[in-house]
Design a protein around this ligand. Structure first.
Ligand code: ADP
Ligand code: MG
Length: 371
């Protein structure tokens, strides 16, 4: 399996960069679906200004009377995207800054969180006509490298993984590739997602339970005045999380109490890590799941973290929406102030994780020609 490892090493960041920032949290409301319209559901989400959203709760007291409005909850985020927001708007506001950071040797992570059907995959992967954050980020990255490659050498490594049910990690339909252009990456991502989306019944089941993780590592070499080689390494992680309906809304549930329950362990472990980061704990339980192992250098510390909470506007989903907004609201509290110990110099950039019987081949290599 050693041939599958990327051997680049992470360098420590300078002292001045050891202060982190908070997680930025966005909400995206998708358009109401045909099914929701036909079910005569009400719209329960109102974006009142670019940062504020109201969730209206309705009840149906006698089982057949008109829905009655009972309560309005108010949430504030870094930005709220209405159903008319374009993919490019979402990318520019949430992720483009992180791409710039990665080119300067910083880590950045973007999650899409929400119930199945809320628009996570649309936001992350998108369609051929409206490519999502993953594709726009890679496009942007390559565009920037192209214009800058005269002042250094860049190497880009890419991996696209699916974390499924803790039984293992499979490269989503991909083995090992060396690619040279964005178009090729797009094709590979689409092929990779094919496995998640082709067969309707199984795909629904699979994509609601699995996490799709695209990680892009950019190495950048320059010589300083004394002609020493300076190497910067930055990593961008883009994550389409499993459907949050599988996670429990409460913060108190521990992993152990859920042993055997049909609950997504990785999603819970992610919540635990986020809770630990919120509480400023020294020990962050990254080892509790495959997903958090993958992301251990991509959460907290000096990593810039972005959360996109995807929601449906329909009153049919108001319970899920409330859970999602609650979780997103909590994520705002994370202060990534602690310097990460996990990130010592000998750490592999792509941690190799036991996958049971077969060690899946995880790594796509995307080498920019050295000039
Ligand atoms: P999830 O990945 O959260 O389960 P999807 O991204 O698959 O949800 O979205 C469910 C459906 O809604 C898909 O058919 C998708 O194309 C559509 N959809 C989601 N968000 C949008 C959007 N912003 N604009 C248009 N269609 C969307
Ligand atoms: Mg999906």
């Amino acid at each position: 399996s050693s041939k599958n490892r990327v051997v680049a090493r992470k360098l420590s960041l300078p002292e001045t960069e050891k202060t982190g920032n908070r997680v930025t949290v966005f909400v995206r409301v998708r358009p109401i679906s045909k099914k929701e319209k036909e079910a005569d559901s009400r719209c329960c989400v109102t974006i009142v200004n670019p940062r504020d959203v109201y969730l209206t709760e309705f009840v149906n007291p006698n089982g057949y009377l008109r829905l009655k409005r009972i309560r309005r909850r108010h949430f504030t985020f870094d930005a709220c995207f209405p159903d008319s927001a374009t993919q490019q708007e979402v990318y520019s506001t949430t992720t483009s800054e992180l791409v710039e950071g990665v080119l300067q040797g910083r880590n950045g992570t973007v999650f899409c969180y929400g119930a199945t059907g809320a628009g996570k995959t649309y936001t992350m992967l998108g369609t051929v006509e409206s490519p999502g954050v993953m594709v726009l980020a890679i496009n942007d990255l390559f565009g920037k490298i192209k214009t800058r490659s005269c002042d250094g050498n860049y190497a880009v490594h890419l991996s696209y993984l699916e974390v499924y049910n803790e039984t293992g990690i499979v490269a989503a339909g991909l083995t090992q590739y060396r690619v040279y252009s964005t178009d090729e990456v797009m094709i590979l991502l689409q092929q990779g997602n094919h496995n998640r989306t082709t067969e309707p019944t199984r795909a629904n089941e699979t994509s609601s339970r699995s996490h799709a993780v695209l990680q892009v590592v950019v190495e950048y070499q320059v010589r300083d005045a004394a002609m020493n080689i300076i190497k910067n390494v930055g990593k961008l992680s883009l994550v389409d999380l499993a459907g949050s309906e599988r996670a429990l809304a409460t913060d108190q549930i521990t992993l152990r109490s859920l042993e055997g329950a049909n609950i997504n362990r990785s999603l819970l472990a992610l919540s635990s890590c986020i809770n630990a980061l919120v509480d400023g704990k020294k020990h962050i339980p990254y080892r509790n799941s495959k997903l958090t192992q993958l992301l251990k250098d991509s959460l907290g510390g000096t990593c810039s973290t972005v959360m996109i909470a995807n929601i449906s506007p329909s009153s049919l989903s108001s319970g899920e929406t409330q859970n999602t907004l609650h979780w997103a609201d909590r994520a705002k509290e994370i202060r990534t102030k602690t310097w990460m110990q996990a990130n010592d110099a000998n750490e592999d950039l792509f941690p190799v994780i036991e996958t049971g019987t077969d060690q899946a081949t995880l790594v796509l290599e995307l080498q920019k020609e050295n000039r």
